[in-house]
Design a binder for this molecule. Sequence first.
Ligand code: URA
Length: 265
Amino acid sequence: MEQLDRDEALKALAWQIELGADEAILDTPVDRYALKPEAPPAPRPAPAGPSAPAAQEPSPEATEAFDLDPVAVARKLASEAQDLAALQAALAAYPHCELRNGAKNLVFSDGQPGARVMIIGEAPGRDEDTAGKPFVGRAGQLLDRMLQAIGLNRAHADPEHAAYITNIIPCRPPQNRDPKPAEIAMMMPFVERHVALAEPQAIVLMGNIACQGVLGRRGITRMRGTWDEAFGKPVLPMFHPAYLLRNPSAKRHAWEDLLSLKARL
Ligand code: URA
């Protein structure tokens, strides 16, 4: 297409405005879901010769776009963490989660890394935010009793009898509101890396938010008790202990699920 210079472009624009074209839309709608994604621009050939760089530096625009993509940044930071301490530090340094601004503490984990069972909950509440540990309030105390019922204890030194506990979201949401989908999405690379580094044999997903993050769907009443797979591990959705506190009659289902977990181990 012929290139316009600045003056010509401004004249063409003024002419279009005069004709009444004041919005950049077509007469017929475009179904953008049906469009094929644009092919990425072909890379420019590297200059020949011994001093040619091995790889091209990303452009400032590409770097800026990357820095603005919270999930891409989370993926990079998480993948660089070689142990749990490094992962915790990466989470603490992660700049895109605004929940951090309203929270007292980053709540990373509790229990024994390397335990056979890893529990993934939702997000810290007030007690957890204060203590800097997951599941220490009333729901956490019920969780401890549930684990104890099948011979597990988060404080046990032996990984056979221990449990390792974390949440999808490491910072308390204001007024304990549900985490937003974007907040869940940006934490998932950290959760995935957390699982890889903690190496559990089985994972328990406590409630809908954990199911949403890990399995991409909700519906805990239907999902609970049915084993699934994520991160290459067996995962068991269960009712959240906070739900069990509000609905004691559901405890019998939680008991069935605990027995299923015990049998699996
Ligand atoms: N509920 C959760 O899901 N996690 C906690 O840490 C506390 C309550």
